[in-house]
Design a protein around this ligand. Structure first.
Ligand SMILES: *Cc1c(COP(=O)(O)O)cnc(C)c1O
Length: 466
């Protein structure tokens, strides 16, 4: 069976995996979702128990990928992608309470969970471009994590050049160095004299310049690409199987920003994995908590927090869930998104709020509580979590007492050494970088500083490509 992809706004042609991956955002402005959910039976799941991560990944992704890759190519991509992880189990579980585990998703090259999907996407992309005899120029804007994950994903890709814009002097040093110390001829960092918003506006302006886009074969790397959601579905299966699934339900607590990661959990549920609840853990940027509690999806200003990768105003992947709870009515979704654009808000109807509540529980964890979680967990067990993971653990701790018999898995989305200041504030100790990165502060940096001027950036991209 091979899945086709349709747009959440209902006005774009259905397409296969390869085209959906290369297109990213649908032409009607919507997001691609599978037309049908491939089903995995309990017997099939029992067969997967105890298998290596790559085997589970291959089994779960196979129907989504369809004829874009043959079995051998898909296997090769997954072996290479997860061979780059520093832990043999890829996404290992660590127990922190009698019925509470943390799933470490940060053993990839940039120490954050985005590697789990990006490493696969980079190789798939390169494979397809090679087959088509094409080259692509990826251009992205980052406030930190996405940029380094994208660079690490394509640094060895022969058919891709990548340009990443970050706001000059406004990322953490670890984040900047993870991008600027990558010494490859196809990797180009640009420090923009401005804010992250300026970087995003420059990116938008370049995307809207059709001539430029065609001239350099420009493409994006953002989190709305279906091919970035798909590999994340796998670790819900892998962890559930390790803890007694499918013969036992599991609850997951997911630190959430753009809703991509927790949506992947919903996909696993739709495919037949027994999941009791998905906890949507937010920091004080609480638009999702309000939306899930009483349907109030209204924008406010973004508050900077210790967990910056969750400092969002709009969770772009939430549209995929809305599409389902509104019975896949693309016109309705287009309507809501237009209201959001024009009025900065929309209201989710009561019936739909109730349908979301069948599976999702919102929890919002503030700054003080986040620090307390890091401190308390460290004191009780010696285990250190980063502030994003701490938001997830804090949310899980509130839900556990009401349902102590269901295993709880909190997703650990970043290595503590990636956010050393917050961790030091809570525990008194700066977490060291893992051995393979210990020399990060000594490596030579390469980046170009440019003003926030779209013509200057475009000139730089053209000149660099030659
Ligand atoms: C991106 C990110 C998140 C949020 O993930 P979404 O898929 O956007 O919800 C959480 N934690 C870290 C460390 C991240 O980099």
């Amino acid at each position: 069976m091979s899945v086709r992809y349709i747009s959440t706004r209902g006005k774009a042609e259905p397409m296969g995996f390869e085209d959906a991956m290369l297109t990213g955002l649908a032409h009607d402005g919507g997001l691609y979702v599978p037309e049908t959910w491939p089903q995995v039976s309990r017997d099939e799941l029992r067969q997967l128990r105890g298998k290596p991560y790559v085997d589970i990944a291959e089994y779960i992704m196979r129907p989504f990928v369809g004829d874009a890759f043959d079995d051998q190519t898909l296997r090769g991509i997954l072996e290479r992608a997860y061979g780059n992880f520093k832990h043999e189990l890829v996404c290992p579980l660590v127990q922190i309470d009698p019925n509470h585990w943390v799933m470490e998703l940060f053993h990839g090259p940039t120490l954050a969970f985005k590697d789990v999907a990006m490493q696969v996407l980079g190789l798939m992309y390169d494979n397809v471009l090679a087959r088509r005899g094409q080259r692509a120029t990826l251009i992205g804007a980052t406030s930190g994590d996405t940029g380094s994950a994208a660079i690490e994903a394509v640094r060895h890709c022969e058919h891709v050049n990548i340009f990443i814009m970050h706001p000059h002097n406004r990322t953490s040093e670890v984040q900047r160095r993870q991008m600027t110390t990558v010494d490859e001829p196809n990797v180009h960092n640009i420090a923009i004299e401005g804010t992250f918003d300026d970087c995003q506006n420059l990116l938008k302006a370049m995307f809207n310049d059709r001539d430029f886009r065609d001239e350099v074969s420009m493409s994006g790397v953002n989190s709305i690409n279906w091919a970035r959601v798909m590999p994340q579905v796998v670790y819900y299966f892998a962890s559930a199987l390790a803890l007694g699934g499918p013969d036992r339900e599991i609850t997951f607590s997911v630190p959430t920003g753009n809703f991509g990661d927790v949506y992947a959990g919903y996909v696993a549920l739709k495919m037949g994995l027994p999941i009791k609840r998905l906890i949507v853990a937010s920091n004080m940027n609480d638009i999702l908590t309000r939306a899930l509690t009483h349907g109030d999806h209204s924008l406010t200003t973004v508050h900077p927090t210790m967990s910056p990768s969750m400092d969002i105003q709009i969770s772009s992947n939430f549209e995929r869930l809305l599409f389902d709870v509104y019975d896949r009515d693309g016109d309705k979704i287009s309507d809501l998104m237009l209201q959001l654009k024009e009025d900065g808000k929309f209201q989710i109807d009561e019936q739909q709020v109730a349908r979301i509540a069948e599976h999702f529980t919102p929890q919002c964890v503030n700054e003080e509580q986040t620090l307390a979680v890091i401190k308390d967990l460290h004191a009780r067990t010696g285990y250190v979590v980063d502030p994003h993971t701490a938001v997830g653990v804090g949310a899980a701790d509130r839900e556990l007492p009401a349902d102590p018999g269901t295993p709880m898995v909190t997703l650990a989305t970043a290595h503590p050494a990636k956010f050393p200041d917050a961790v030091a504030k809570a525990t008194g100790t700066r977490p060291p970088l893992p051995p393979h990165m210990a020399d990060l502060y000594d490596r030579e940096e390469r980046f170009e500083v440019l003003p926030a001027d779209v013509e200057r950036i475009q000139g730089h991209v053209r000149a660099t490509l030659g």
